[in-house]
Design a protein around this ligand. Structure first.
Ligand code: PLP
Length: 384
């Protein structure tokens, strides 16, 4: 049998190097204010990361194509997966770049979005010294990753409309604030953030602003991807876990200036995206038709589900959604959550989350699944 996997292993292009530190050195108090001008990622980096000599994989030291690979201590017998995967995922990045209208050097791929979230802390925030500003309520991993990395968390409550106020977020930051997380559309509140306020934050903040767009495909508003060239301190997160239907392969995208992408690439595990994931996503990326059809159906189903839920007297409010879930305020949220769980329908109880008191988060499912949850709720309370 021909051993295809031994041949034509693509050599990824060598990633750009981080420019030398600015004259006068670096440090947490360096003047990195302003998103334009002399903003440089070097002024933000942890000194140990700036000084880091990254792991050099066997495939880093060779360029061109060869037919005999005796450099990586692999098993020569073809299982389809006996070779290490491309550490830079060039083919996948080329497809994504074409689709999103960005350059490949603006893309970092991670094991879910959670990997770049964690790497950002590890690259920029000094444990026990630096801090992060986060909007509240929002996606829980920003907090968990900060706790793991021993980074102080400064939470700024959204207003009554679940919107950010740039002045409040900026007021919470100081010279030790390296990262600021925004999430639009936001989880669990389901709404998109005000664009103007987001821009005020991005241009007014010294450090890196992460805009998590995990749910952007379900939103009428547009992505901030085309703002990357304007704002070197902006990083946009997207994922294959939602609209693309690929949560199981764990593939998250971080889009940012080449400088930031280079930093993340230098500190990631060398082969962080496995061969199965790279293959599977390339298959899905051949066409956007299926994803677009799912998005259309989910958006239609979201409206139908909201209409049906409105009919229950215990439902007090269904928040407008730009995502693939609904935040629903109801009387006795915890009881409804437990009743549904006992009937085999699992939703997310958000009633203990700030500003979401008495609310459940319900993912928009297939038409059958949505009918099922409505049927179950019709039979509440259960007959003993
Ligand atoms: C806002 C937000 N970002 C990121 C993620 C996680 O994405 P991934 O599956 O790519 O880790 C989620 C998951 O629910 C999310 O709600």
């Amino acid at each position: 049998m021909e051993n295809n996997s031994n041949k034509n292993i693509m050599k990824p292009s060598v990633e750009a190097q981080i420019p030398a530190p600015p004259k006068g050195g670096w440090g947490v108090n360096s003047p990195f204010r302003g998103a334009g001008g002399n903003w440089s990622v070097n002024n933000l980096l942890r000194p140990n990361i700036l000084a880091l000599k990254p792991y050099s994989s066997a495939r880093d030291e060779f360029s061109g194509s060869a037919s005999v690979f005796l450099d990586a201590n692999e098993n020569p017998y073809d299982t389809g997966y006996n070779r290490y995967p491309d550490p830079y995922q060039q083919k996948v990045k080329e497809r994504i770049a074409g689709l999103k209208g960005v350059r490949t050097d603006q893309i970092f791929l991670g094991n879910g979005s959670d990997e770049p979230i964690d790497l950002l802390y590890r690259a920029f925030a000094i444990p026990g010294v630096d801090n992060v500003v986060i909007m509240e309520p929002s996606y829980g991993m920003y907090t968990v990753a900060a706790d793991i990395n021993d980074i102080e968390i400064r939470k700024v409550l959204l207003n009554d409309e679940y919107q950010i106020e740039a002045t409040k977020l900026l007021a919470a930051a100081d010279e030790k604030t390296k990262l600021l997380f925004l999430c639009s559309p936001n989880n669990p509140t389901a709404n998109s953030l005000d664009r103007e306020e987001m821009f005020k934050v991005i241009s007014g903040f010294d450090g890196i602003v992460v805009v998590d767009e995990a749910y952007i495909d379900f939103a009428p508003g547009t992505t901030l991807l085309n703002e990357l060239d304007k704002y070197p301190n902006l990083l946009v997160l997207q994922t294959f876990s939602k609209a693309w239907g690929l949560a199981g392969i764990r593939l998250g995208m971080a889009f940012a200036s080449q400088e930031i992408v280079t930093v993340l690439s230098r500190i990631k595990y060398p082969y962080n995206i496995n061969a199965l994931t790279q293959q599977r996503v390339l298959q899905s990326l051949e066409s956007t038709e299926q994803k677009d059809a799912w998005v259309k159906t989910i958006i239609e189903e979201r409206a139908k589900l909201a209409e049906k839920l409105k009919q229950f007297s215990f439902v007090k409010k269904i928040y407008p959604s730009d995502a693939n879930f609904l935040l629903v305020k109801m009387e006795g949220a915890r009881e409804k959550f437990e009743y549904l769980m006992n009937s085999g329908v699992i939703v997310r109880d958000r009633s203990k989350v700030a500003l979401c008191e008495g609310s459940l988060r319900i993912t928009v499912g297939s038409p059958e699944e949505n009918r099922e949850i409505i049927e179950k709720l019709k039979h509440y309370p259960p007959t003993p």
